[in-house]
Design a protein around this ligand. Structure first.
Ligand SMILES: [Zn+2]
Length: 305
């Protein structure tokens, strides 16, 4: 634990002021220390009987201020103005409370894939409790005065979640103030649904899912023969025939995100992105196409003959 008097003394030894401490970075401190260590090094001050003692003091002061800055960095840099005063609810208490409040709302984005394929999801979160060994000052047993516990909760009915919904967990951060007051800060989760999955080129519009499917035009021509086009989305198989296509898209009713709390289940809409560039279509597909064309020509010929 850093003693305040000790800190004030150390600042003086390092030839700094309390006000400078507010904006002091670790780099600034190191620079200052190197400067002083050079100036007061015993080797350079052989005639000064106090040189050795002063050099030791500078080293000790450096350690104290460094530790203070490291702790401040961990807690968050909100500016330590008014240093030197110790109100009942100290600045450090308020800062720790702010720090915990920032960590009391967890944002969880649920991917479109999870929304379409999973029944439950796991949400991971961390619980911060003031370390009792050091009363929150920071020690080797804790992390900046807190004991951090990583936890997770399983939400078993993912289809009951709503986009933007906030869910309070049965868990709280715990802050013990410098005057011994115990504060509980409840933890909650805000759920957000993913809007766009770049990898699959899938977009969400409410509960509807819009998938852009790249197809070669040869495959669309082949549908003329009554064959079906098959594709996979998140490991689910879908298929369509020529009659299913309407304005270059196919609608799979109720294959979108399950509706919750009165909203209706969405549809999966597949938009065809047809590749007409022959140079980019594989040779075997072109061969297929020429077979089809030959067949067609032969049919036409036999009709006219
Ligand atoms: Zn501790």
């Amino acid at each position: 634990m850093i003693n305040r008097m000790n800190l004030i003394k150390s600042i003086k030894i390092l030839e700094l002021t309390q006000y400078e401490l507010d904006d002091l970075t670790l780099d600034d401190l190191k620079k200052k220390f190197r400067e002083l260590a050079k100036k007061y090094h015993p080797d350079k001050n052989k005639n000064d009987p106090d040189a050795e003692k002063r050099f030791k003091e500078i080293n000790e002061a450096y350690d104290v201020v460094k530790k203070y800055l490291e702790q401040k960095e961990k807690i968050g840099s909100f500016g330590f103005s008014g240093f030197g005063f110790e109100p009942r609810f100290s600045h450090s208490d308020m800062m720790k409370q702010m720090f915990l409040k920032q960590r009391s709302i967890i944002e969880k984005v649920i991917s479109i894939e999870d929304l379409l394929t999973k029944k439950s999801i796991t949400i991971e979160y961390s619980v911060y409790k003031t370390c009792t060994a050091c009363s929150g000052a920071g020690c080797s047993k804790c992390d900046g005065g807190f004991i951090i516990e990583n936890k997770s909760i399983e939400i078993s009915n993912i289809d009951r979640l709503i986009d933007g919904g906030r869910y309070v967990l049965n868990d709280s951060h715990e802050l013990i103030t410098s005057s011994g007051l115990k504060l509980q800060i409840p933890i909650s989760v805000i759920v957000r649904f993913q809007d766009y999955d770049k990898k699959e080129d899938v977009r969400r519009k409410g509960n509807d899912i819009i998938k852009v499917l790249k197809v070669d035009f040869v495959d669309i021509v082949k549908l003329n023969t009554g064959s079906k086009y098959k594709f996979k989305l998140y490991n689910r198989e879908y298929q369509f025939g020529l009659n299913d296509i309407q304005q270059s898209s196919i609608k799979y009713k109720f294959n979108g995100i399950p509706g919750s709390f009165g909203s209706s289940t969405g549809d999966l809409i597949v938009v065809l992105d047809i590749n007409f560039d022959i140079s980019k279509i594989k040779t075997d597909k072109i061969n297929d196409l020429s077979t089809l064309i030959n067949k067609y020509i032969n049919n036409q010929n036999s009709k006219t003959n």
